[in-house]
Write a protein that binds this ligand. Sequence first.
Ligand SMILES: [Zn+2]
Length: 247
Amino acid sequence: MKIRRTLPGLTAACLFALALGMSLPAAEKTRLLVISGGHDFQTNQFHQVFQDNADVVFGAFTHPKAHAQLRPEAAKNYDVMVLYDMWQPISDEAKADFLAFLKSGKGLVILHHAVANYQKWPEYEKILGGRYYLAKTMVNGVEKPPSIWKHDVDFTVRIADPNHPVTRGLKDFQIHDETYGLFDMAPDSHALLTTDEATSAKNIGWTRTYEGARVVYVQLGHDAQAYRNPNFQKLIAQAIRWAARKD
Ligand SMILES: [Zn+2]
């Protein structure tokens, strides 16, 4: 969790990658809007997770141009938004577009450092169903210390609800990943993943609904060591399917 200085002139990525997998006709694939920016990551290896998913096609966009994809004329091309950004500025127009996307019943999958987005937009916390504290924060009269992170931890992810479509078929698994501590899941989110790892908060994956939208948060996914974990890939594929109401 290191904030990256955004390079001026950094342009929106790029590809509207047509997945090569042939398991579904193109018209039935889930169309993903994948948003990044504000935090470094292994771009090609991350996108490989979606290229290897035969059920999706995706467009990948980077801030500060990504919000343009939420305008109604662009948003109609997507079924699910995947957030892998760590970004603070958001205009009133982009807020309204973001909320309209969700109110139309489309899905939202929030990954890893995107938990720390939009710290000054209180509605994001309600959408996410949790909160990461980039700085010391007063919450209902209680002082919350800044959340913490630790790289390169080997730990066990426990499946808190094996009957949910997002976690179905998954068993407790080991992963090598970054942990986040001292961040919160909201009491009205539904826990899917937990861990006993000391450097991590207990709840590290959950679901909820926001307006008409199905929302999933997964804390995992710092780098390729996580992206390559088959359990991570299955989890993300099932999160997308559930968010798209295709479970
Ligand atoms: Zn990370």
